[in-house]
Write a protein that binds this ligand. Structure first.
Ligand code: SF4
Length: 554
């Protein structure tokens, strides 16, 4: 029997009725079936750190072993960034080394999006010193730097770790950053504060080799409020009141986007807060041992959950890993909309939280330092990053709210932004991402600016922002399938027959009450140049035709 804490998963005799050749360790298939699995078996990716510190940082980019560069580095949040000037039409035709720049993207994991103002200032200072002042808030509550030199990585790690931050398993086939409510511990309507559960997971399992070689990436959300897109996580713990046991968490497994998107399935199990980390480890161990390691395209947990169903998954989790039954529990409340926490709102302790909206998460190190200082001047010591690429200052006394709002607005971070600014998200795109086909961040900015001008006449009537998500390629880093208007970057043909950057449109996706994937409208593609006109047209039509209170996906 496997145990969540055992280092080496069991080797088993293949069962004749099981699907052969999926590479499931638990069924005895331990021989690597693809190059990624081979690389992980040859040398555990976590072992790359001393090589970075002792060899690569001293020898420079050319000294890096390609297997580490394009594989194991990810376990420490490092990806080579895209060489400037390579257009999206060539992305799929070039060899990896032709796309690799000698600089890195470095992802700092910020579990629950939680930072003290000191930590925020440090993140900003490191950006100024080592990342040409770049910083993006991702929709997974991380901060991403660009232009990082390998020579500087050990110093960056050292400084981050001294402040309680890390890049450990920020990428790679491992448990990535844990999403948590930006309002954990302060929201008046919170079911339960998930912070201790997130801390338990980090303390007990982060960076442990037996939990860091999984078939594919593994995304976790733990929240006492339904504001972390829990439906699309490999595992999610969602706050719920149990009629007998009180507040705790409902467990969901198998959510994920990209190709073959799937919403997570409820196990129907209720877990108290202090047991979340054990159940989390059990789910990770099921994935580690039974997950499909043959094809990368079928390796996410959702494929196993789809084949097994929630009932069998729970049975295996309880019988083989936890060695006990979980309590049955009710479903959590379904949120009406995904709240972005922008604006000024009262906390349960009488202070206020103040949420501001950068455009599509694009900030800078200097801006983060300025926000940290402004927050401190307003009496706050805590800032949160949100899954919608926003930024929230907590614990602001009432008398300081207006002053902070003015300072943030001065910094280009309005706390009463237009609905278009609130609703736009974008992934990294062609500026830095090697998989990208189109530009996203600059387009998001142009789009917001244009919509603010063009749609000024209907702006005051918008009670629910229309969400517009831009992806630079068919992957779904910006969650296009769950947006009102989802835009998937690809090369399209313009009216003159030219191959140009553009987007496949998906309409009507959503989470919460509107849970559903956006419809991909066949032949519904726009060029990059047509994008602003297109979005304006769709939004105008929607506003002209909607009944009061009706949401886009309805
Ligand atoms: Fe890169 Fe594609 Fe993800 Fe955008 S969606 S960050 S282009 S992999």
């Amino acid at each position: 029997m496997a145990s969540p804490t055992r280092e080496t998963p069991p080797s088993r005799t293949p069962r004749s009725r099981q699907r052969r050749g999926e590479g499931q360790w638990a069924l005895g298939y331990r021989e690597p079936l693809n190059p990624n699995e081979r690389s992980k078996k040859d040398d555990h990716p976590l072992n790359v750190r001393p090589r970075v510190e002792n060899i690569y940082a001293k020898g420079g980019f050319s000294s890096i072993d390609p297997g580490d560069l394009r594989g194991r580095f990810r376990w420490y949040g490092l990806y080579t960034q895209r060489k400037p000037g390579i257009d999206g039409g060539r992305t799929a035709t070039l060899e990896p080394e032709e796309l690799d720049d000698e600089y890195f993207m470095l992802r700092v994991r910020i579990d629950g999006g939680a930072l003290t103002t000191e930590q925020l200032a440090l993140v900003g200072e490191l950006s100024q010193t080592y990342a040409r002042d770049t910083a993006d808030i991702t929709d997974r509550q991380n901060v991403q730097y660009h232009w990082i030199r390998i020579e500087d990585v050990p110093t960056i790690w050292e400084k981050l770790e001294a402040a309680g931050l890390t890049t450990m398993t920020a990428c790679g086939d491992s448990p990535r950053v844990i999403l948590g409510s930006p309002l954990a511990g302060i929201a008046e309507d919170e079911v339960i504060d998930a912070t201790p559960a997130i801390e338990d997971i980090k303390r007990n399992y982060l960076g442990k080799p037996e939990y860091s070689n999984l078939p594919r990436k593994f995304k976790t959300a733990v929240s006492g409020l339904p504001d972390v897109t829990h439906e699309i996580h490999d595992v999610a713990f969602v706050g719920v009141h149990h009629p007998e046991h009180g507040p705790g968490f409902d467990v969901w497994v198998g959510g994920g986007l990209s190709t073959n998107p799937m919403f997570g399935q409820r196990l129907g199990a209720w877990v108290p807060r202090d047991e979340v980390h054990e159940v989390w480890a059990g789910v990770v161990a099921v994935f580690r041992d039974y997950g499909y390691r043959r094809l990368r395209s079928r390796a996410r947990l959702k494929f196993l959950v789809k084949d097994w169903g929630a009932e069998k998954f729970r049975e295996v989790l309880e019988n083989e890993y936890l060695k006990r039954k979980l309590a049955d529990g009710p479903a959590p409340e379904v949120p009406r909309v995904q709240h972005d926490h922008v604006g000024v709102h009262r906390q349960k302790d009488g202070n206020y939280y103040v949420g501001a909206a950068p455009i599509a998460g694009r900030v800078s190190g200097s801006l983060l330092i300025a926000v940290a200082k402004a927050a401190e001047r307003a009496g706050s010591g805590r800032v949160r990053l949100t899954p919608l690429q926003k930024l929230v200052v907590l614990d602001v006394p009432e008398a300081e709210v207006e002053g902070l709002q003015a300072e943030l607005a001065e910094l280009g971070l309005p706390t009463e932004p237009s609905p278009w600014r609130r609703g736009v998200m974008a992934c990294t795109g062609i500026e830095f991402c090697k998989l990208a086909i189109v530009e996203t961040k600059a387009r998001a900015k142009e789009l917001v600016t244009a919509l603010e001008e063009r749609l000024a006449d209907i702006q005051s009537g918008v009670d629910t922002p229309v969400s517009v998500h831009l992806n630079g390629c068919p992957n779904s880093c910006a969650r296009i399938q769950t947006a009102d208007i989802g835009l998937k970057g690809q090369i399209v043909t313009d009216d003159d027959g030219n191959q140009v950057e553009g987007f496949q449109v998906h309409l009507g996706g959503g989470l919460g009450l509107d849970t559903g994937f956006g419809r991909k409208l066949r032949g519904h593609k726009v060029t990059g140049d047509e994008l602003i006109d297109y979005v304006e047209r769709v939004v105008r039509n929607y506003h002209a035709q909607r009944a009061e209170g009706e949401r886009f996906a309805q």
